[in-house]
Design a protein around this ligand. Structure first.
Ligand code: SAH
Length: 401
């Protein structure tokens, strides 16, 4: 017997929020449900006048109980609906990249209408990353849809840590599983603005690379000529290879992970065809960046500070703002005369204004003259349509003394 549609009634406040387009309905906003809901089934939300308000994916194990797929007039969510949604999502990327770039985000979760789902392309490898178990029951359907529209050699499944256990137990899916095609010759090589990078698609952070920093990397390339560059929290040296191509005299990658630094070395090796990269002195330092920046006396002309999120939850917000200010103070103290600071944050719980102000406070308290060159936020393949999605912010400061 086909179960009755899951129908929910929600609080007046939540109704206003959902109507305005916010993609999350929290568990404590639901005051009536016609039955118990299952992971991944469609939940239909009704307004106070008993009219259709929205439809989304139900997740009984997450505080975000429903991730909204559609709000407005009633819609049937069938194969045709998914096809249209995918076509719209892909159309938004159509003119973004030329042949020099074959690593980018094809689907960016909520802000693209696919709550909790990310799809990245690394050349002919697609990486599908799920942040909610709600997609697992419809994975075959999604896979069929993707293969129909996007040509690729393989599709790799990645799962956020919190859903790995239910995925294995209930759906026999695991992180790093190949959903289609052959196992890649790890790691996968792709191109970004003509620079080759490796991506560890099977077990690397995110989906294997930080595609979201592409615009900032390109910006750093334009600022690096003749400079002694420090890339702190370097990961696989993305900023560094760009700095080297832009003519940096030396680049130091600083990261706590030996694995990341090995990858940074390979990324430099992959780009020796660029004379500027071949001429650049590259070194790696494995250390805690906070400690190293505080204690090491070396000076640099350009410093990139792009730490991991310092506020994993809302309660850590104030501490994180403080930590950003301290970290950037350490960084500024290591900048030579006329040095440039490129300071990033990927904490969604810290707003752009809060972060930029923290970095500026650090700059002011250094007593040095400085000016703001620019700020950058989300690149177009990583849209952010609501507050909680706005995690990425970078500020560029130039010191005149
Ligand atoms: N800037 C990178 C992404 C940074 S991800 C890019 O654009 O590709 C964060 C990195 O910080 C990871 O590589 C992680 O190993 C490193 N990391 C985390 N804590 C650290 C610490 N205390 N000191 C140095 N590196 C750290």
């Amino acid at each position: 017997m086909i179960p009755k549609t899951l129908r929910l009634r929600i609080t007046a406040t939540a109704e206003t929020i959902v109507r305005s387009g916010h993609p999350w309905l929290f568990a404590d906003s639901i005051h009536e449900s016609n039955r118990v809901g299952q992971t991944g089934e469609l939940a239909v939300i009704y307004d106070r006048k008993d009219k259709f308000l929205a439809v989304g994916l139900f997740d009984p194990d997450s505080p975000i109980r429903v991730r909204i797929l559609h709000v407005g007039k009633p819609q049937t969510i069938d194969a045709a609906w998914w096809q249209i949604r995918l076509a719209q999502t892909l159309a938004r990327r159509e003119k973004l990249f030329d042949a020099q770039t074959n690593g980018f985000r094809l689907i960016h979760g909520e802000s693209d209408g696919w709550p909790g789902l990310v799809l990245d392309r690394y050349d002919s490898t697609l990486v599908l990353k799920l942040y909610t178990a709600a997609w697992l029951s419809r994975l075959d359907e999604i896979l069929f849809l993707l293969q129909e529209k996007i040509s690729c050699e393989r599709i790799v499944l990645r799962l956020s840590r919190n859903i790995q256990s239910p995925a294995e137990k209930q759906f026999q899916r695991r992180d790093g599983q190949i959903l289609f095609g052959s196992i890649p010759n790890v790691p996968v090589i792709f191109s970004e603005n003509g620079i080759c990078f490796e991506a560890d698609v099977l077990c690397g952070q995110k989906t294997g690379f930080f595609l979201d920093q592409r615009e900032n990397r390109a910006e750093v390339e334009t600022l690096s000529r003749g400079k002694k560059v420090l890339n702190a929290f370097s990961f696989s040296g993305g900023f560094s290879v760009y700095a080297a191509r832009g003519g940096a005299s030396s680049v130091t990658d600083l990261d706590i992970s030996a694995h990341a630094l090995e990858s940074a070395k390979r990324n430099f090796a992959l780009n020796q065809n660029f004379p500027t990269v071949a001429a650049c002195k590259h070194e790696t330092v494995q250390a805690d960046a906070f400690e190293w920046l505080e204690k090491n006396p070396a000076k640099f002309d350009l410093i990139v500070l792009d730490p991991p999120s310092l506020a994993k939850r809302a309660s850590e917000r104030e501490g994180a703002i403080h930590a950003y200010e301290n970290l950037n103070s350490f960084g500024i103290a290591k900048l030579s005369r006329d040095g440039i600071l490129v300071a990033g944050s990927c904490s969604a719980h810290v707003s752009a204004t809060e972060f930029f102000e923290a970095v500026q406070r650090a700059a002011k308290s250094s007593g040095r003259k400085f000016s703001e060159l620019k700020t950058l936020q989300h690149p177009p393949d990583h849209p952010a349509t609501f507050k909680e999605a706005q995690y990425l912010k970078v500020i560029y400061l130039k010191f005149a003394s």
